[in-house]
Design a protein around this ligand. Sequence first.
Ligand code: PLP
Length: 391
Amino acid sequence: MAVQRGRQFFQNPGPTNIPDRVLRAIDRPAIDFMTPEFRTLAGDCAAGLRRIFKTESPILVFASSGHGAWEAALVNLFSPGDKVLVLESGYFSLNWGRIGEVLGLKVETVPGDWRQGVDPGAVEARLREDRAGEIKAVLLVHNETSTGVANRCAEVRRAIDRAGHPALFLVDVISALGCLDFRMDEWQVDVVVGGSQKGLMLPVGMSFTAISPKALKATETARLPRIYWDWRRFLTGRDQTSYSGTAPVHLFFGLKEALAMLEEEGLEQVFARHERLAEATRRAVRAWRQNNGPEIFAGDPRVQSNSVTAVLMPEGHDAEAVRRICLERFNVSLGGGLDRLNGRVFRIGHMGDLNEPMLLGALAAVEMAFGLAGVPHGKGGVDAAMEYLAG
Ligand code: PLP
């Protein structure tokens, strides 16, 4: 590949751009994680995380990617043969379920259309049928990063309540946290699984688990084997006082800075910025849709995600070719299609540390790549985005 100058425009839906301030905060010598200095740092981070999760419950930090916190949630709550209900909305929802299968759980899936997201009515109907109370938990991915669908988390909660079902409610907020509104306590979510490398603007390597009192009770009787992930080893009251091995001290320094940045901007303004950039992206894609061009994969405007847009290619055109041109010609990195969507969609991440010109630069590269790849499309996607952003 030719030498490239300037910054890469990094438009992946995770990992995301790491702000210089976070990089500077991490760029320092190690400290001993047994000291009061580290305990204060970790305590400040926990308090900040609780404000983002909107909860009073404890939040544990693991040195792992999101997959670790996924597994932790299952091994801490269930026993072999327990039934859990996975709400299908895309690749990530199904993969969380697959971990459960490997662990020996009975995983039932409420089938879902990947373009529409989870239907709360179908969840209610299935739970109403479960008169024997076999279903121990409902597993939802709030924001399906593979499809650009933001599932209606509060409505799923109401569906569980309408069915009068006692199942635990487990939600993956990995690509929603710090991007979309989420309210753990108000929505009575029992376990929330987050990750560091998306809306929190950190390197990958830290995962988060917020645990409600109901979930803490369930962990006492769970019989799946666990050691690295055993929540009970780490909590003293509401505080995390130990880690599985060495605490990831540098990521804590980064986390403290990232939380400060989110609070400085104000969480509501952070959500509004994500919505604005997402809407600009959607307007660009709608303009490209002319002449039978690419379209937004998420079919229902109510569930189009404000942190990532998956773009569906016209039949016979390869999303990977567009991605390759964007990267090799214009140094713009986009997300690819996962699993059955490979080659069919590419994904524009608009989450984390991002502003208008960064997004416009990426959209311009995409529009040029369509031309170079011979993909039919309407002109003026970037103009539509600019008009909206200037409005
Ligand atoms: N869940 C969602 C919604 C994700 O987007 C991802 C990763 O992109 C994961 C889970 C898995 O997280 P990780 O890649 O950090 O293990």
